[in-house]
Design a binder for this molecule. Structure first.
Ligand SMILES: Cc1cc2nc3c(=O)[nH]c(=O)nc-3n(C[C@H](O)[C@H](O)[C@H](O)COP(=O)(O)O)c2cc1C
Length: 187
């Protein structure tokens, strides 16, 4: 089960607006699979009545107009993509004031979820300091078009476990976010 940090509605209770905040789903992806997770989260939010934009973290210059943020990054060599790290740094003041949810995407293959392939510790520390409501890890997909290591991963990974993204798990996580934001709307 993904780790879910202490959630709550306190931040939303103090929000003066009675409308559901628009959510920015920002992602950092090299080979597209994290982008697809981010799109699925945004789609689920919209389906649950929460307005959401899905954007490349590297393209986001400001957070004006957004009342909540979901940030996700692919993990490579135990690190987040630099666009996601830069996003955290650049917007840290606003993020500390906004409801924030975070996901990493990485583990692939048929082994039990590998403890080696977890969230980068520095990212966990930063997002907890920013008051993130949850930070979770989703499975990833072996890149189909990468370099030497990716090719070797693809060769050594059984095709049926090359894509470990669990769309039900992702959808449920997004539904939980929508639920929290809708609760805030009623406060
Ligand atoms: C060279 C390479 C290194 C990787 N390193 C990690 C890692 O350290 N931890 C992890 O969880 N996943 C790792 N992965 C798996 C990727 O995170 C996974 O394939 C992810 O879904 C890629 O996301 P993207 O398609 O959005 O770029 C690695 C993949 C490659 C090709």
């Amino acid at each position: 089960m993904p780790h879910v940090a202490g959630a709550g509605i306190l931040g939303l209770m103090s929000t003066p607006s009675s409308s559901t905040p628009k959510v920015l789903v920002a992602y950092a992806s090299k080979h597209g699979s994290t982008h697809e997770i981010a799109e699925a989260i945004a789609e689920r939010l919209r389906a649950d009545g929460v307005p959401a934009d899905c954007r490349d973290a590297g393209d986001v210059k400001e957070l004006e107009g957004y009342g909540a943020v979901v940030l996700g990054s692919a993990v490579y060599m135990k690190r987040w993509r630099h666009e996601a790290k830069r996003f955290l740094h650049r917007h840290r003041r606003e993020l500390a004031q906004l409801p924030l949810w975070v996901f990493s995407s990485g583990y692939v293959g048929d082994a039990e979820r590998n403890a080696e392939w977890e969230e980068p510790a520095g990212v966990v520390k930063t997002v907890e300091e920013l008051g993130a409501r949850a930070h979770v890890v989703f499975g990833g997909r072996v890149p189909q078009d990468g370099g030497f290591i990716a090719k070797s991963m693809a060769k050594n990974t059984p095709p049926e476990s090359a894509d470990r993204r669990d769309w039900d798990e992702i959808g449920e996580w997004a539904a939980g976010i929508a639920g929290e934001l809708r609760v805030g709307e009623r406060v």
